[in-house]
Design a protein around this ligand. Structure first.
Ligand code: SF4
Length: 347
């Protein structure tokens, strides 16, 4: 049984994020909550009384980096109360517990409450909180002052229901769910009042955003109507979830939506895409890409490509290279396939 306690002032807290933009936005929200509670935030690596490590489990390498970071923190701060949260906590709590020196391991359902669970004393063995992830839409109850930055992430969605065969994220973060429309606009207004000029919309599968009040287009229009928000950027978005109406918004000089897409391709081979359980063929992807380029002025498109997927032959690899080089992409992140246990294998 964990007692929710709030620390007195003048304690030093240190946070570290591994993984994606969504993790970064969540760490920042937790940091703001700590500051509201009176904690001094010190850079990771300096001595601290509390440590919160926000983890990623997207590949084996990510797991290994998480363990390394936890060990480093515990070695440097043996007396600090140490909490490990998020995706690797959800999937690898036993491995984390075996590290020693960790006090609290919290999965994705309860991670935003980590500040409530930080106790004064270190535990002899870590407390593990790893409840089933809710499928309900959500709100975020705190979004205090930001460290000054003109660009800020804005979380609008979490989880994914697509279940690509290489990806552990639907297990680590649960099914797709969306943030309350008014709640996300409130945070965007608060950020604009603090000087933020660009919001980057983040989530796991943001094209599936849908609540009773709004879809993705309404979110974009709502953000566009906020005074001070000059630029809206969509982070990575799945190819089959992009409404063509976005093209018009990108071309509209009165709309803040930037002509920017990051659309994961993963492979240029239909056979491999099928094995990956992606929801498009290569010709469907390329038709969309060329349509977007025809309609949107000065469009900038990035993508992700995975190499070394088990069914990828040399021909399939060459086909992927050809698709990337012969089509209008502006940049590419290349990821190696990472073998994982179970059905989902990590991306
Ligand atoms: S790779 Fe597939 S399963 Fe994983 S988060 Fe993206 S769409 Fe969802």
């Amino acid at each position: 049984m964990v007692t929710a306690t709030t620390q007195p002032n003048s304690k030093r807290a240190s946070l570290h994020t591994l993984g994606c933009r969504l993790n970064q936005s969540e760490t920042l929200l937790i940091q703001q909550r700590l500051q509201e509670e009176g904690y001094e935030i010190v850079p990771f690596g300096e001595e601290a009384d509390f440590g919160i490590i926000n983890t990623c489990t997207v590949t084996n390498l990510a797991d290994s980096k998480c363990r390394q970071t936890i060990r480093q923190f515990v070695r440097r701060n043996p007396e600090a109360y140490t909490a490990v949260i998020d995706c690797y906590s959800q999937m690898g709590s036993k491995e984390i517990a075996s590290i020693g020196g960790v006090d609290l391991i919290i999965g994705n359902q309860e991670k935003m409450s980590v500040v409530d669970f930080i106790g004064q004393e270190k535990n002899e063995a870590p407390v593990i909180i790893r409840d089933k992830i809710s499928q309900d839409d959500f709100s975020i109850s705190f979004f205090g002052d930001l460290p000054f930055n003109q660009r800020a992430n804005l979380k609008i969605q979490d989880g994914c229901s697509f279940v690509c065969s290489f990806c552990i994220i639907p297990l680590a973060r649960g099914a797709s769910r969306s943030r309350d429309f008014n709640n996300l606009l409130d945070e965007a207004r608060a950020k604009a009042a603090q000087g933020v000029r660009e919001v980057v919309i983040t989530g796991v599968n943001i094209g599936t955003y849908l609540t009773k009040e709004a879809d993705l287009l309404r979110v974009l229009d709502g953000l566009n109507s906020i005074e001070g928000i000059d630029r809206i950027r969509i982070s990575s978005i799945e190819p089959t979830t992009i409404p063509e109406a976005l093209f018009m918004l990108m071309n509209d000089p009165d709309h803040a939506l930037l002509p920017f897409f990051h659309i994961p391709l993963q492979s240029g081979s239909d056979l491999v895409l099928k094995e990956m359980r992606r929801r498009y063929s290569i010709s469907e992807y390329l038709d969309f890409l060329h349509l977007a380029h025809r309609i949107v002025d000065d469009l900038y498109i990035g993508t992700d490509i995975m190499v070394g997927f088990p069914s990828e032959s040399e021909d399939a690899f060459q086909e992927t290279c050809r698709v990337f080089l012969e089509n209008p992409f502006d940049f590419c992140h290349v990821f190696p396939f990472s073998e994982r246990g179970g059905d989902s294998s990590g991306s």
